[in-house]
Write a protein that binds this ligand. Sequence first.
Ligand code: NAD
Length: 334
Amino acid sequence: MKRAVVCGAGGFIASHLVKRLKRDGYWVRGVDIKDPEFAPSQADEFRLLDLRDMDQCREAVKPAADGPIDEVYQLAAEMGGMGFISTAECEIMRNSALINVNMPQAAAEAGIKRYFLSSSVCIYRDMAIGEAEMSEDEAYPAHPDNEYGWEKLFAERVAFAYGRRYSMAVRVARFQNCYGPEGTWTGGREKAPAAICRKVAEADDGGFIEVWGDGTAVRSYTYVDDLVDGIVRLMRSDLEVPANIGSPEYVSVRELVDTVIGHSGKQVEVRYIPGPVGVQSRNFSNARIYSLGWQARTALREGIGVTYQWVEQQVRDRLATAGNGQRSAEAGEQ
Ligand code: NAD
């Protein structure tokens, strides 16, 4: 039986990854600074640790009762949508960087054989609509749009440096936007799909929602189960270079919003307002991850249907708890 440590297991993608590794027969230790928000962790052991601290990173990778840890999946980060990313630059640059300098050191000291790092397509420069596909190598010369992207690029380099020094197999995935149930949907760190689902779920039939930007920005959204499958395939592969993982279905924000509204069965007017939207366009090669037999299996329409239902239920539960029909007060982040 393989033993894995999943960092960030109190969060969205890593909690789904824990479920997948358990299904694959692993013994799993989940680590996070907070407990999972929506469902108890399925990890065999869940440790509350602050991975900015070196000693706590050492604690995270210490052997399990019946043997050493084989694999570390590092997904812990200061994470959020564009609203968060544009206002929490210092937290991102400091906290995520501390995690990503300490964890490879702790993993190398512990003799970990395989180390996974979750990077992001935010490491790439902005693109024009209609521009040809960009490959992983075109990350350089680097010109990320925001500090979150710069920290990820630095984290990739740290991980690979430790991999070279300590013969630890390092695997790096650059995720496109990920969405699905049990992701942050309120509070300021939610990303566009969950934020739009929440706004539509909260809107009256015949009412309106506000969305940042003019709706023309182009993105691809990857359903969480597909992304997790990509992580697992990459980790078990011989691919020693970063790999993009994302759905090839690129849509405008307007199309995303219309898909959500379509699932709601409501008439909802959309008002596009100024706000932090990030880059204009994305179009990335998936050739590397495709070479491992991976492909996104969930169409946006299908995945948004599942996600909308889940967010709608959260909104209903919150209204029931509040008992007074109060709507969420926060502006909503995308
Ligand atoms: P998330 O915020 O749900 O999960 C991140 C987890 O890291 C959180 O549970 C948080 O508590 C934990 N964490 C933060 N600081 C910590 C610390 N000091 N010690 C221990 N744990 C700490 O985010 P997510 O969407 O699941 O993202 C997971 C990873 O994937 C992140 O590295 C993120 O940057 C990357 N990523 C996500 C997306 C996306 O669309 N969700 C896209 C690209 C990259």
